[in-house]
Structure formats: C-alpha cells, structure tokens
Ligand binder design. Sequence first.
Ligand code: PMP
Length: 437
Amino acid sequence: NEKTPTQTDSLENRRAKIIQQAQEYYYQKPMNLVRGWQQYLIADDGRVYLDAINNVALIGHSHPKIVEAAVQQLKKLNTNARFLYEDNIDYAERLLAYFPESLQVIFYTCTGSEANDLALRLARAYTNENDVLVIDGEYHGNTTAVDEISTCLMDNPTASKSVRPFTHPLMQPNTFRGKYNSETPDVATLYAQDADEKIAFIQSQGRGVAAFISESLLGSGGGVEMPKGYLQKVYESVHKAGGVCIADEVQIGFGRMGSHFWGFQKEGVLPDIVTLGKPMGNGHPVSAVITTHAIAEAYRKKYTYFNTFAGSPVSSQIASTVLTVIESEKLQENAAAVGAFLKQELEKLIYEFESVGAVYGHALYLGVDLVKDKKSRTPDSQKALWVSETMKQNGIIIYPTGDYYNILKIKPPMCFTKENARFLVETLRTILSKMED
Ligand code: PMP
C-alpha cells in the first residue's frame, strides 16, 4: 500500500505526500525536532539549537509548571465554555488586573485569528460601520474576515491586488524604508495624515469608520517601532470619526516589551479592544478579546458567541500559570535588560557591515534589515535566507520576515540570557563577515 509510511521514507517525504504544500515550514533542510527545553530546541540527531524565534514559548519550552498545571487539571475536569467553573473566572480576574479600568470584559477564543475576527465583529456591531483602517504590510490572521484586512505580502503575496473596498491600508510608518525617514521633521504627523486622508475618503463615500487595527510595534513588518506620537494621532482621528481602535497584542504582548506589559501602553494609547494570543498559553491554544462594557453590550444586543474550546479549565490553568511564571521569574524585567543589551549589540553591526541597513524593535522583539548596500537600501531577501540557513548550521534559529523577506526576526523565549545574546551577535557577526568577504 503506497499510503503506508515505510521505515526508509524520510519525514520530509511523508510530510510532502499528505500535508498541503500551502502550509509552509521553516528551512530547506529542516531538522526533526524532538524536544524543547527553556530557550533551546533539540533535534533527533542530538543537536541543540538556541531558539531565537519562538515568542509563543514565552516562558520557555516544556516549562515544568505548565506541564504540572495541565496534567493536574486534565485529571480533574476539562469541559466546554457553556458550563460554570471557577478556573476561567479566576483567570479573567487575574488577567484583567493587567488592563486599564475601561477594558474589563473578556471573550475567550482559541487563536489570534479568532480573536481578531471577533474584534472586527465587535467593532462593526458597535459602530454599525464596515470600513477598517490597517497598517500596510501587517498580518492579523487566517480567517476570511481577517484575511480581508491583512496586507502582509509574505503571508498573502497577492494582498496588494486583492485589497477589499472596505479595507484601507495606511502607509507603513517605517522611518528607514518608508516615504518619510527619521530626518524628516515631524515625521509622526506626516505619516498620521494618511489616516486623516483615508477617513475623509471613507466619509466622502457616505460611509463611516468601524475600526483601526494595528500592532503597537509592527511585528509582521519585522519589529518596526513607529515614530513617537504616531499611534496617538491616529487613535485620536479614528475616535473623532466614531471608529474604535483595536490593539493586536497577539505577537508582542505579555511582557515582551520589557518596559511595559502591553505594547499599547508603551505607545501611550488607550484602545477600545485588545486581542491576545500566541504566548498567552505558552503554546497551548488559548486567546482572548478584551473590551469595554459598552462594546460588549452593543454586540450582545445583536449576536451571541460560542466557541467550544475557548477558556476551558485546562486552558485557564495553563494561561494562569504563564502569568505566575512571568511574575515569579521576573521575565518582563529580563526582557527589558537582555533586550536592551541585544539591540545595542546588534546596532553595532550597522557600522560594521554594508549589508546591515537597520535594526528595528524594542526589548525582546527585534528585526535586522538586510540590504544590498547601504546607499540604495534595496531589501535583500537572498542574504536574509542565506544568513538564516547558516545561523541554523551554527546552532541558532532565526528567520526572515517582512514584505521583502529581508528582515531577520528575533523574538526568543523571555528566559533568553545575556550569554545567549552575545552568542547570537557573535555568530551573526562571523557569518556576515564571511558573506561580505
Ligand atoms: N495577529 C498577529 C499580529 C499575528 O502575527 C498572528 C499570527 N502570526 C495572528 C494575529 C494570528 O494568530 P494565529 O496564528 O494564532 O491565528
């Protein structure tokens, strides 16, 4: 029987036969991972890799406290969202203490895409409008509704051609690559004007704004920090037009910003809806939408919401343990200290290599923009792929992102140490030297 896997068939061949090719994976010659531990991944040949990419495993792979929480709860009770149990109430109370006073209602979901999908429904129900402002090049998930508002070319190569009439991408406020750079006076205002123009256009068509959705540090864009004050200006314009602001914290939330628990706090804005995912369960699929009583109420008057697995007792115990460990192991403080050190060391490479154009990001969410040469700033995806493959051969996992696939993204588990950071930068330095020779 051709379908029966044989001992001699490689894992890659078995995978290629049955798992849809649209579901891509990292690396041309992937390693077969069999174990994760803290900030390390271990392959079947015994090789240990430093994991500099898994922000999902926020508190580290295979954390014993997570294992214990899951096992104990699985032994006791795991059921669906329509029953009353304490676990998801306890967790919600605990999580909401991390939010401002206005954001005190939670909807449980299972993935970042579901959270953003529901956030759009909430915004549309509340405003009775449909149009959405997004930041160009950003990704918000894989459901039909969020795909329609995602313009990240890496995840959807035809995105710029298929933008829906109700989706309005704002020029990405990237001061290295964008229309206005860091030397332009009042760069935040110039970029924010784009939002005013798009809002005016929507209104000129007799429609209104439902929402503006964005990350507070552009994760899909490679960790780009927006010019100071930009987000505040856009939020102000959107609110004035009657729209709501959605902060997508799926990638960057839960302490990774070091200085702040949430990205939106770092930018000094107050969203109406916040979406959470990836690291919330350290790899276990649990996510959430946090909003105001008024928005939740407007939605309830029109719809109900049911999501079988969302906020189950096991998910709640795991998510709660993630918070316990962030607090007890001081991982937010570690993200601030190690992240600042790592960024400072990476920035030295800008002066050492023609191929390093810029270093983006904050704390433990960083990006290294690789270019053909400094003058042209032409993005160089070939270099980024080669560097990533060679880093892997040297025991470090990082990978390219961004519309041009030329930005090395670095977003490790938050237990990453200064020693790990030194090793990463030294290895990258050696590889860049070899490449430029
Ligand atoms: N929002 C952002 C910013 C993301 O990066 C992602 C996933 N990469 C999502 C939402 C979707 O999350 P999920 O894959 O869990 O559905």
